[in-house]
Design a protein around this ligand. Structure first.
Ligand SMILES: [Zn+2]
Ligand SMILES: [Zn+2]
Length: 138
């Protein structure tokens, strides 16, 4: 995979990513559901310096997760699309919301997090690494 491009719905925010994500997961936690407005979030994790913002400035919302750690979400303040996330627990790392990626055909999540919070209508692939809550730190 060479370069990955993406952005928000209205096109104000555009980014480019160099190289592969080191982690791809589906997260079923309450925060991910709320912030995406969807059944769960698929998040790709990159080192911050792999990501180049080509256009626009995401608005940042900071909050405290149930772990007690401060986290942030970055989104377009025109169309509301969620683009990036991150947290104090992993400095230098950003997550990218799969829905913001132009061509996400390479995406293969390896794990489901917080399946204890998954909606009853959500199909959880039993062949992946599935964690009731957060997995223990790697
Ligand atoms: Zn937008
Ligand atoms: Zn989550």
């Amino acid at each position: 995979m060479a370069k990955t491009t993406g952005g928000c719905l209205c096109g104000n925010i555009r980014y480019e990513i160099e190289g592969e994500p080191f982690r791809m997961v589906n997260c079923h936690c309450d925060d991910c559901r709320k912030v995406t407005g969807s059944a769960y979030a698929t998040n790709l994790f990159f080192q911050e310096d792999q990501i180049t913002l080509l256009q626009g400035t995401p608005k940042r919302f900071e909050h405290v997760a149930d772990s007690g750690n401060s986290m942030f979400k970055e989104f377009c303040d025109t169309c509301g699309s969620q683009v990036f996330g991150g947290g104090a627990i992993r400095p230098g790392v950003k997550s990218v919301k799969v829905g913001s990626i132009d061509d996400a055909s390479f995406v293969e999540p390896t794990a489901n997090l917080y399946i204890s919070h998954a909606l009853t209508c959500t199909h959880v692939d039993e062949d992946l690494d599935n964690f009731e809550q957060m997995p223990p730190p790697a």
